[in-house]
Write a protein that binds this ligand. Structure first.
Ligand code: GLN
Length: 263
């Protein structure tokens, strides 16, 4: 078995250490004997490289880089990405990427950056950099995320998997994101700001695509999400459920607990 991961704009949108998500998914797949190829997809990359991928990742960036990537993303990459998301290819969009897949992002300065609306949401910067939403953040994944097909136990195929639904991370964004009526949030904020610091929710989920404000990076300290993405990629690629053998996640959850204890 193998997985092709499309990493969108690694040269522009990886400002907050989100490359750690690529490392986490790659290692957790390889530790299960799954070969992984990571494809850097940026401004000049042929869209066939994106189209042939099984998992999509796009990370965080400052407003300036978002503007540089914006036109290429909207006009060249997003039509392919929309089709992939619609047919169940999993994706993780972190912060600026989460903003970019919505209908628009109004940055701190300048005009709106239009988006493809793959996620029915919009984001507007507060207009005051002193009011950036920054800090450690803890949230509880909503039961609706697991749906009927994907629960922690069934995905990882080992009974001793505790139903860990707490996720931890670090957020740093000026944008406030508001979800459309049918778009489901990923999690309920326990500590921190989340999407907008007002409605108490964090992130969004559409089919197998996940948007989140969690840097940290997100996946190394929240292995359940990493495995959920790998599982969905395998299912969509091979057309059947392929349980993942258990891994010893002691270190991962020790790192998660360290963050929980700190805040
Ligand atoms: N530039 C965007 C904002 O300030 C996204 C920041 C990020 O990716 N951390 O909201």
């Amino acid at each position: 078995m193998n997985l092709n991961i499309a990493w969108l704009y690694p040269d522009l949108m990886s400002t907050y250490g989100d490359r750690g998500n690529i490392i986490a998914v790659t290692k957790r797949a390889e530790w299960r004997g799954i070969d992984v190829i990571v494809k850097d997809i940026s401004l000049g990359t042929a869209v066939r490289e994106l189209k042939s991928s099984d998992l999509i990742f796009m990370g965080g960036a400052q407003d300036r880089q978002q503007k540089i990537a914006g036109r290429d993303f909207l006009e060249r990459k997003s039509p392919i990405m929309r089709d992939m998301v619609e047919r169940g290819v999993p994706a993780l969009f972190v912060c600026a990427a989460y903003q970019a897949v919505g209908r628009y992002y109004k940055p701190y300065q300048g005009d709106r950056i239009p988006g493809p609306g793959i996620f029915d949401l919009y984001t507007e910067h507060s207009g005051d950099q002193a009011k950036r939403l920054i800090g450690n953040v803890v949230a509880e994944i909503l039961p609706s995320f697991w749906g009927a097909s994907a629960t922690p136990e069934s995905d990882s195929g080992h009974a001793r998997m505790t139903k860990r639904t707490t996720i931890v991370g670090f957020e740093n964004h000026g944008g406030r994101t508001y979800l459309g009526p049918a778009l489901k949030p990923l999690a309920k904020v326990i500590k921190g700001f989340g999407n907008n610091g007002e409605d108490g929710f964090e992130g969004a989920v559409y089919k197998h695509a996940v948007g989140s404000y969690f840097h940290g990076p997100l996946l190394p300290k929240n292995p359940l999400l990493a495995d959920w993405l790998i599982q969905r990629a395998l299912e969509t690629k091979y057309g059947k459920r392929i349980p993942l053998p258990a891994l010893d996640d002691t270190l991962e959850y020790r790192a998660q607990t360290a963050v929980l204890n700190r805040i």
